[in-house]
Design a protein around this ligand. Structure first.
Ligand code: 8YV
Length: 321
C-alpha cells in the first residue's frame, strides 16, 4: 500500500503538473478529461485524501455531505471558488484552497481583449472576413467606439482588477473603481475610488467586472444599474456570469443603451443564453481568461503547493475555507 496521500484530480491537467503530482501523490488522474457527474465525483472520491478540481465540478452542500470522510482538502485549480459551498466544506472540516495571483496577468489580457474586441467590433469584423461577407469599404463601415482616453470603471479592484487598470492606462484610460475597501494610494495609482457602485456607474464609458461571484455580487449588473451607465457604454465581464443579469444585459444591447459587451464568462456555461450569439454587438470568448501555458502550469503548481502544505501539517497559503 502506498504511503502517499491519494488525490482525485478531476480534469486533465498540464503534463508538468501531472508529473509533479506523480512524485508526491497517489494521483487518480482523468486522462480522457471526462466530466464527472455529481454522483461520479462522490464515487471517484472514495478513499481519496484530497480532491484537486476545476470550476467545472460543483461542490454543493449535498455533494460535500456525500463526500467520504477521508477527504480532508479541496485544492482548487482556480481562483474563483463559487463552485464550492464554502460553509458546507467548513462545517465538514474540509480545507478549501484556490490559486490567486498566478492568473491575474492572463485574465487581464483577456479583459483587454474583450474591451478592445467589443469597442472595435472585432467579432463582427472577423466573421465578415471569415465568411466572405466583406464586400466593400466605406467611411461608415464597421465604425466602433474609440478606447483611448475614455473612462473605465472596474468593479472589484483585487489582483485581476489592478492589472486590468495598469494595462488600460496604456490606452490613457481614466480609471475609476468600486471595491469593498479602498486600496493604498500606491496601488491606486491615481484611480478614483467609489465606495458606492451606483455613484460610479454614470461615469463609466467602459465597465469591467472583476469581482468574485458571491451572494453579495450575484446579479450585480441588473437593469437598474445598467440604466445608470452612460448611453453607449460598453460592458466587459471576465469574472463570472453570475454577476450579470442576462435578460437585463441583453435588453440593453438590443435597445442600443449599451453599445457592446465583451464577455468571456457566462451564466450556465457552456449553454449560454442564446441571444448572446445572435447579437452583433457582442464579442464572445469561451471562458479562456487563464488559458495560457504559463498560467495553467502555475495554477497547477500553486494548487500542489497548497496540498503539500496541508499534508505536511502546515497552513496552506491560499486557504479560503
Ligand atoms: C480557470 C477561472 O480556468 O480560476 C478561475 O476562477 O475562472 C478560470 O480562469 C478555471 O476556473 C479553472 O478551474
Amino acid at each position: 500500500m502506498s504511503s502517499k496521500p491519494t488525490v482525485l484530480v478531476t480534469r486533465k491537467l498540464p503534463d508538468a503538473v501531472e508529473a509533479r503530482l506523480a512524485g508526491g501523490y497517489d494521483a487518480r488522474l482523468n486522462p480522457d478529461d471526462t466530466l464527472y457527474t455529481s454522483d461520479g465525483l462522490v464515487a471517484a472520491a472514495d478513499g481519496a485524501d484530497a480532491i484537486l478540481p476545476c470550476h467545472t465540478e460543483k461542490f454543493t452542500a449535498d455533494v460535500i455531505a456525500r463526500l467520504p470522510a477521508s477527504v480532508k482538502a479541496i485544492a482548487n485549480f482556480s481562483v474563483g471558488v463559487d463552485h464550492v459551498d464554502l460553509q458546507a466544506a467548513k462545517d465538514k472540516g474540509i480545507i478549501v484552497t484556490n490559486t490567486p495571483d498566478v492568473l491575474s496577468d492572463a485574465t487581464a489580457e483577456i479583459a483587454l481583449l474583450c474591451l478592445l474586441g467589443a469597442a472595435r467590433r472585432a467579432g463582427e469584423g472577423e466573421a465578415l472576413v471569415r465568411t466572405g461577407g466583406w464586400k466593400d469599404w466605406s467611411p461608415a463601415f464597421m465604425v466602433g467606439t474609440q478606447v483611448t482616453g475614455k473612462r473605465l470603471g472596474i468593479v472589484g479592484m483585487g489582483r485581476v482588477g489592478q492589472v486590468v487598470a495598469k494595462r488600460a492606462r496604456c490606452f490613457d484610460m481614466e480609471i475609476h473603481y468600486h471595491n469593498r475597501s479602498r486600496l493604498d494610494p500606491a496601488l491606486e495609482a491615481g484611480a478614483a475610488f467609489h465606495p458606492d457602485l451606483d455613484d460610479m456607474l454614470p461615469r463609466c464609458q467602459f465597465l469591467s467586472l472583476n469581482c468574485p461571484n458571491t451572494p453579495e455580487t450575484r446579479g450585480l449588473l441588473n437593469a437598474d444599474r445598467i440604466a445608470k451607465l452612460p448611453d453607449g457604454a460598453i460592458v466587459i465581464n471576465t469574472a463570472r456570469g453570475g454577476v450579470v443579469d442576462d435578460d437585463a444585459l441583453i435588453a440593453a444591447l438590443k435597445s442600443g443603451k449599451l453599445a457592446a459587451a465583451g464577455l468571456d464568462v457566462f451564466n450556465n456555461e457552456p449553454d449560454i443564453h442564446p441571444a448572446y450569439r445572435t447579437l452583433k454587438n457582442t464579442f464572445l470568448l469561451p471562458h479562456i481568461g487563464s488559458a495560457t501555458r504559463e498560467t495553467r502550469d502555475a495554477m497547477g503548481f500553486r494548487a500542489l503547493d497548497n496540498l503539500d502544505a496541508i499534508f505536511a501539517g502546515r497552513e496552506p497559503n491560499d486557504r479560503v475555507a
